[in-house]
Design a binder for this molecule. Structure first.
Ligand code: MRU
Length: 353
């Protein structure tokens, strides 16, 4: 086994020339475009419309959204600055409901605002920019730590199934689930990945397959409904996914379809790992039953892009996340270590450590 440092060649978000730029994840893999953002409202729209997606990446974008608004308002009176910033918090908080990293990042930004409240608007604005940049940087560092802890759980030669995209594109960089895979590869292990295509928004087919291929990591794309068959044939050694919110008892909300993967993995005795930063753990929510689950537009199910395949007017449900009970989770990997067989008491100790 030889060490092999991976240099991912794109940035999910970046601060350039006084504005936020985000890679347009709706256009991938056909086009690699960066879109500019100069206000909280624009950033909230970018989150809602899935230009940026993935829990930690949404959190970083929201933090920059606050900084952008503060910079725009920095020459206004303190009253106007405060009112404008309060409205920016509300707009960003309303963009998507499930990923708790969004609310976590807004809370951190509010703390920075409050701790500088007596300063002039321009001073506060530049402090908020520094805070957003620190959140961005800390997310990459957390993913690297998680990668090291998680890589130790994967055997050399492991065939790993993942669902959705919990990669560099879903974070500030490196990724959570894909970060574990990247770190294992960097440590010299031979890892091959099966990527669920992840209906209906196809994050697996469009994003996971693309970013792993960009990094020369072996990936095989499968239809979501092929995963159970491959598990039954002994072709999967481990499952690793990310999370949008983890309740205090270890229940995990993640992309729709994750629960089914976990049930089948359990049936076949395949370890089911969840990699997520501490910012994804919502200690204020007792169990997964209380996690708000986003439902998105029917058009995501009736077709894709301009193509429609379902009959016009058909009834559609489109819940885009589900909840995997803690009992089906072999371990949760955070930047602080590995929680085996997670439950409320282990999560409490982990958070307090
Ligand atoms: O709707 P999305 O694409 O934002 O959903 C993303 C996921 O469900 C990811 O698995 C999760 O956010 C973890 S990302 C590190």
């Amino acid at each position: 086994m030889s060490a092999n440092k991976i240099k991912t060649g794109f940035e999910t978000l970046r601060w350039r020339d006084g504005r936020l730029e985000m890679i347009d994840q709706r256009a991938l893999p056909s086009e690699v475009n960066y879109l500019p953002y100069t206000s909280a409202a624009e950033t909230a729209a970018g989150i809602r419309d899935m230009v940026v997606r993935g829990a930690p990446a949404i959190g970083c974008a929201a933090a920059y959204g606050i900084a952008l608004e503060a910079l725009q308002l920095r020459k206004h009176s303190a009253e106007e600055f405060n009112a404008g910033l309060e409205a920016a918090f509300a707009t960003l908080a309303a963009s998507r409901p499930t990923a708790v990293n969004l609310f976590w990042a807004l809370e951190r930004m509010r703390e920075h605002w409050q701790s500088a409240a007596a300063a002039a608007p321009a001073t506060i604005a530049f402090r908020l920019l520094a805070a957003a940049q620190a959140i961005h940087k800390a997310d990459i560092a957390a993913n690297r730590r998680m990668g090291e802890f998680g890589a130790a759980l994967l055997a050399d030669g492991a065939r790993v199934l993942t669902h959705c995209n919990a990669g560099a594109l879903a974070t500030a960089g490196h990724g959570t689930a894909l970060g574990v895979i990247r770190s294992a590869v960097e440590a010299g292990k031979s890892i091959s990945v099966f990527a669920d295509e992840t209906r209906p928004f196809l994050q697996g087919a469009r994003l996971t397959a693309w970013e792993l291929m960009e990094d020369d990591i072996a990936v095989t794309l499968i239809a979501d409904n092929a995963a159970a068959f491959l598990m039954s044939r002994g072709e999967i050694d481990a499952v690793i996914v990310g999370a949008d919110r983890i309740a205090a008892n270890g229940d995990v909300a993640n992309k729709i379809g994750t629960y089914g993967v976990a049930v089948v993995a359990h049936r076949h005795g395949i370890p089911f790992y969840v990699a997520a930063p501490l910012s994804t753990i919502d200690a204020g929510i007792a169990s997964g039953a209380d996690i708000p689950i986003e439902e998105r537009n029917a058009s995501e199910v009736t077709g894709y892009g301009n193509l429609r395949w379902a009959p016009a007017g058909v009834n559609v449900r489109n819940p885009v996340f589900d909840v995997t009970p803690a009992e089906l989770v072999t371990a949760i990997i955070t930047e602080r270590g590995v929680i085996h067989a997670p439950d409320a008491s282990k999560l409490r100790s982990h958070l307090a450590a």
